[in-house]
Design a protein around this ligand. Sequence first.
Ligand code: FE
Ligand code: FE
Ligand code: ZN
Length: 276
Amino acid sequence: MLKIGCHLSASKGFLNMGETAVSLGGNTFQFFTRNPRGGSAKDIDPSDANALIEFMRTNSFAKILAHAPYTLNACAKVPSIREFAHNTMLDDLKRMEFVPGNMYNFHPGSHVEQGIEKGIELISELLNDILWEGQTTTVLLETMAGKGSEVGSRFEELREIIDRTNLSDKLGVCLDTCHVNDAGYDIVNDLDGVLTQFDNVIGLERLKALHLNDSKNPLGAHKDRHEKIGEGFIGTEAFERIVNHPVLRDLPMFLETPNELPGYKAEISLLRSLQK
Ligand code: FE
Ligand code: FE
Ligand code: ZN
C-alpha cells in the first residue's frame, strides 16, 4: 500500500493533521514546524502529540515528515543568520522528540558568494553542533533545484555533507521530484539511471522519503516551481513509474503541489490508482 500524504497546516495541532490526512486518503503527512518564514513555534501539547502517536498506530501510518522553515540558511555568510538556523533547527529537533522516530527535512542552504565548498563545510558544521547521540528523528537533506547558489542540487554535494557529519547515521535524503528535474536529473526518461547515480554517489539506503511534485519548468531549468501532478514537465506517466519503482514504492511520499485539500485528495487517489 502506497505511503502517501500531503503538506498540511499545523495550526490545529498534531491529531488534527492525522485526521485530515486520513480524510484525504493519506496515511502520512508533512507539516511546517513553525511559520515557514521562521519565527517562534507554538508550545507542543504533549497530550496532542500522544493522541497523534496513538492515531498513527491505529491507522497504520507511515513516518511523518516535519519541514524546517525554508528561510533558514545553515551556510549563510553572516554568523547571526547561521546562529538563527542553528537555534531553530535544534529547537525543532527537541520538539520532534514528542513524536519520536519520525523525520525532519531541511533545505541545506545557499552559499551566496562563498562557494559550494564553503557552503558544504558550514552546513556540516551546523549539523555537528545540533545532532545528538540519543535523538530518534532522522534528519533529511532535501535535493534542491539549484536555484541561485543553493547547495544540494548535485548528489555529490549531499554526499559530502553526509561525509563531514559525525553522527551521519542520523542523516538521510528526501528526493523532491520537481527539484531533481530542475537540477537536470532526467527522472522522466531515465529514472533507473538517476537512481543508479543516487546509489553510486549517496547510497540508496539514505533515501528515506520523496516529495512528489510536478514541475512548471523543463529538465535542468534550475527554477523550483511546483506544478500539480500530471500538469507539468514530469507528467503522469513518469509518476506512474515512480510510484511503482521497486526502490521507491515503499518510501513515504509527500505532495507539495499547488492545491487546496480537495486537490490533494484527488492527487492522492490518482497516485493510488497508478500503483499496481
Ligand atoms: Fe522543501
Ligand atoms: Fe520539496
Ligand atoms: Zn520546491
